[in-house]
Design a binder for this molecule. Sequence first.
Ligand code: GAL
Length: 930
Amino acid sequence: MRILVAVLMLLGLIAAPAAADQARGHTVAYDKYSLTVDGRRVVLWSGEFHYFRLPSPELWRDVLEKIRAAGFNGVSLYFHWGYHSPAPGVYDFSGIRDVERLLRMTEELGLYVVARPGPYINAETTGGGLPAWLKTVEGRARSSDAGYTAAYREWLSRINPILARHQVTRGGSVIAYNVENEYAVNVDPLYMEQLQQKARADGIDVPIVHNNCCNGDLANWSSGQGAVQIPGVDDYPQAFNCQDPGTWGTWGEGVTRRLRDDAPVYAAEYQAGAIDLNNAGYEKCRELTGPDYMKVYYKSNIIGSGATMYGYYMLHGGTSWGWLPQPNDVYTSYDYGAAITESRGLTTKYDEFKRQGYFLTTVKPLAKTDSSPAPGPADPAVFTQARTNPDTGTQFVLVRHADRRTSADVSTVLDWSTPDGSYSVPVRVNGRDAKILVAGYDLGGQRLVWSNSEILTHVTVQGRDVAVLYGREGEQGSTVLRYNSAPQVRVLEGAVRSSFDGKDLRLDYTHSGLARVLVEGGGRPPMLLMLGTDQTAAQFWRLDTAAGPVLVRGPSLTRSAAVAGDWLVLKADMDQAGEVETFAPTRRLVVDGKLVPARRTPSGSLVGRLPGPRPVSLSALSSWQYRAEPPAFGDSGWTVADKTTTASPIKPKTLPVLYADEYGYHYGNVWYRGAFTAGGDEKTVSVNAITGKRGNYLVWLNGHYLGSALGGTQADSEPVNPDPGRGDFTIPEGLLVKGSAATLSVLVTNMGHNDNWTADDTRFKQPRGLFGVTVGDAKISWQIRGASNSDVERGPMNTGGLYGERAGWHLPDRHSRWSPAPATMPAGVSWYRSTFRLDLPADQDVPVALRFGDQPDRKYRAFVFVNGWNMGQYMPGAPQRDFVVPAGVLGRSNTVTLAVIATEPGALAPVSLVALGNHWTGTAAVDQLG
Ligand code: GAL
């Protein structure tokens, strides 16, 4: 039997429809309504995913499968220049940077890609995606200046050919190319034009798009020099006020503007989460951008703008591991309050995406609509707006409160002239809600006259239409269908009344659970109509197979389906044991390689039961070992710091220039060592350092700890602060002896590089490191030591210049010379290490995090290394205490190493392992123990 199942699975997988046809290119075109592929209209329902925020390529597939399962037919992908380029002329596309592998996955899954290679991407990542080495290049970044042009051409010459190979026009997935990013102020049209010339010269032939900032009046590239074919708009109507999740529409109505008459309306980045600007925690951001917001804003936009291209930002945020974060707005987690959490869990936002996405991708007339008169509500408290497909006449009507802030419960009627006659249609809007109602729609072989329930999706299985409509629990619903003669109506489940007036079959019901009605005869093919609620509708999965789309109900996730003869082969996840029901042209069922006994139901479906995950337990982290890193320890790897000029427009307070980037040290902490001959009467060490927000520095003189200070931030292009990150440290009596050699040691954090949203070098080229140091009149000669950049696998943003990092103390195989951890650590750098095993069932996906105890007043920061991978920075008091570690980084045997920088002596908060989910996946869909 096993073999049979394996063969069936193979058959099933081969039969999977999704993989792009590499052998054949397709024609991509567009008009004012939508993109087309080989003349077929495509509503591009996509959202953003950052491969660089998930350093585990196996899990890229997990996230992409989840995205597809929610009904998305595309993903929007930034490509991060700095992530691939540690130094000028050096580029890496291997391992976790293998974007070709990522693109192949999108092709296997049948997802279109909007490729967004920048060169600038913003994205709350260091330098906004620009490599830090660019800070030492003359010429304004994001302009047509020569130095910058030569630099970005290096990048585009590498990334463009990869993208070109994977275009839809060559049988791949890339359907559009996003040039630059919100290029809105300080713009240089020649640069925009040259970027596009370069793309074309490199073989890009799909439409070029741009994401205009903010739905406002800034440059949008819809005409003139530098104009793009499809100018899109970014919109974040809820702003980023996660601390106040009840706010509503801080940044406006969120209806995407039409920027060109000959191109589709493109909601390039539409808010689907938020950065946690005010440290409220991401659950609050998820609430701010939750299902009620999604219903009101997304649906208002669909009908208000007629957009047919969407990129929701973000669908899965991920982790700004290592030194990926941009310093001023974010911390390690980039969960974003997104529909799919950082630990890859599905949320109620995911359900709402599914409800809207299935509708948008099922109901084809939506791809071509014009705005049209809307049916008037009897009560003006309700607002309506409509669009109509000019070919089919199908009407789409938005219903919501006129005042989108109100939480009132209003019931009224619409006086609706549908293509099939005039009707009085009852509607209700209760609280923050919006609905898109449809009239005059050929639903499979049926004619939907109108319904005040919303359409989830429908499929045709063996000549029978199976449709799912839904409404809010407890709300009245009516659906009217047209027949030549009275059809036979059988209510299989639930309470549904039916009446036939000679042409219209009217069904009336209250949305509750899942009602089922069989309609047969009446001159049309049979139909199973299921009438659900938001919750029961979200239990359905619609999947494409070679035998046409099928429906599955029950699993927590259904990743794929294939039909092989009489077998339906599913890949699904279960969070608890339960039912699986399938609507497919098959009589047998295989889920995750297991035969599932199933019985036929009166609905014509198959029903079986699937197991849930077994409980798991994680070991405690104990037996911490310890190693100290004395100030400016070790004599190797130092670089003399003696430069007197810099490409940065910000000039230093004292010479030599001590900016870390000038010496090739771009990411992580750097040590400085200054040697001078003491005059004996120096009283103070005065330091200025620029670190980015939340950064600090620590100072020692002759090995004696003088103290620490916060680094300067210089986040924006305001007048340059002449005295950033100032710290004055008193020299203890007797520490300096006249005429003798003295050593100053300074450890400076580099929290990452400023972004460059304003295309302004005084912002982007803000230095990192020491800005000025004075010790009386002493002439100090300097050395600097940063990252060794020898770790090609993990890349340049994994480690900085701590001695332990250079010596590999964070790596799992360096076990010697550690001793039991003391109860407290001194100020300075301490290293801790512990090991643990993960014995998790191979058929379960258990996302794991390291959790720090809640001790907000501790005075240290810890860099979290797991098996050598820097999974982020913990700071007591900051909102993040859980550090997600993806499978792939985690294995069966694991080493966790903490590099701790303490500004005062103290104890380390307890650290434990936590499971952030437990999903039965059947097969090793996720190779947890790779
Ligand atoms: C947009 C930008 C994105 C991201 C987002 C906020 O302005 O294009 O890259 O930064 O804002 O998360």
